[in-house]
Design a protein around this ligand. Sequence first.
Ligand code: ZN
Length: 220
Amino acid sequence: MTTFASLDAGHGDEEIDLQRLHPASTAKLTLVSPTTPTVDLVRAEQAVTELLLSFGADLADESLAETPARVARAYAELLQPQPFSLTTFANDEGYDELVVTKDIPFHSLCEHHLLPFTGVAHVGYLPDERILGLSKLARVVEHFARRLQLQERLTSQVAAWLDEHLNPKGVGVVIEAEHQCMSLRGAKVKGSKTVTSALSGLVRHDQRTRAEFLSLVAAK
Ligand code: ZN
């Protein structure tokens, strides 16, 4: 088996060149492991206990007794993406139009308030030599959403990752999300959405491609 060290050194990716294993195959598989640190559940549980005590909670109350452990597990789940395999294929037929997956639902955790932000991502690319298994665009979004995050960073990380792993002619990512730190506290602007975008290559610089991507994203 031929195993490549990843371009993403230190990010835990591992590439296996299927073409060398099976010369007829044009598929290339990248195993993507979580890039988030593993969670110390015991420490998290202790910290939640302290947080609850600081608000005067009575942890002797039967209904609260297991809360620190439950909260620790809930945050662990929110912050740990599942590993996935990224399969790319040779673009044998020379497909040269945009590929866009719209309305990918996601949730993430705002690193400033530890409150969720939720919404949809629209992710597209203009293929060059390789194309991607379609469901994988959603997996890439989830991969970067399951961590302490900012919407701006999430948007640019998804775009940069696709640029690096797919080498397309261009990438476009638009994310629309509602932040509970804005809707439940502070400004309390319920229902307002924050929109961020990251465009690269021809999706950014070619007028026609850019306009087409943005109109595909805007279409209902
Ligand atoms: Zn926030």
